[in-house]
Design a protein around this ligand. Sequence first.
Ligand code: DAH
Length: 353
Amino acid sequence: MSLPVDAVDVKKRIEECKSLQDVESIRLEYLGKKGLIPSEMKLLGKLSIDERKLKGQELNKLKTLVEETVNNQKTNIENKEIEKKLQNEKIDVTLPQQEITDGKIHPISQTIFSIIEIFGNLNYSVEAGPDIESDFNNFSALNIPPHHPAREMQDTFYVQNSDGEDNVLRTHTSPVQVRTMLKTKPPIKIIVPGRTYRSDSDSTHTPMFHQVEGLVVNKDANMADLKSTLITFLKEFFEIDNLKYRFRPSYFPFTEPSAEMDVAFTKKNNVLKIGEGDEWLEILGCGMVNPKVLENCNIDSSVYQGFAFGMGIERLSMLKYGITDMRGLFDLNLKWLDHYGFSPLDLRNRAEV
Ligand code: DAH
């Protein structure tokens, strides 16, 4: 029993193939419907029993040989192609960096750095509190009892804790006033930059935004101190010495008396100029801490008094850096950040904290 004459030959031909198509055409030549082996098989019936047996075995052997060699060669070619691909995809780590741009500091972070730096120089320390707050800290302790109309001024996100009790996503940074007064004895002198949440979303409101709170409690805090602190801060922040501003009486449940501070601006050719002009832009709320709030936080209001203020960081940021669309601040658009962001390597942009 031996293989047909060309068996060695066909093995060699298959193994020399460089492409899958070449292998496939030899396979068809031998194993295809009209290929050599099926055609020979058809002729077997014409042979004698002995010859048929012999020839049949030879053809089956040849068939197996072709099938195995074809499969092996196909695998070889595929492996070589993968290897070649990997070779070409190799990253040359010695190439100079070209397309990777430096990361940038977001204007909101930059604004927070500046605020911390300015108040840091005025001896304020930085406090923080959780985003999820109790109703007591966010409202009641701040003299905003249940059903008080001031609760409706702030569209609140409610979250239930595991006991079924209502917590809130803090609607302002003011609850950190409460936390600080409950855990620290006066004198207190803090700012609280942080995230705040209200169920409000349009071109000038986002459901998450940032505020910075300020609180001073001691034996002689007064309105004149409050005013000079805020004037100093805004002049430094906007880098304008003769900033035009005004204080207006206002109402907040947690301060008495309360005020709002406006800065003047002009708008020419769609460009906003801060600090001068005849139009006014509201920047912050402030006032003397309501004695009821001091008492709610176990501070004796016949001995201590305080002032507080709160402002929106997005607005400060947009005014200082000329950002016109608030939504850009939260779009995660790298081109936008490349334009408005700040280099982390520029030390002038960083507060020394
Ligand atoms: N919490 C106020 C708000 O979110 C802002 C505010 C006003 C904070 C007056 C204060 C303050 O501390 O004294 O609208």
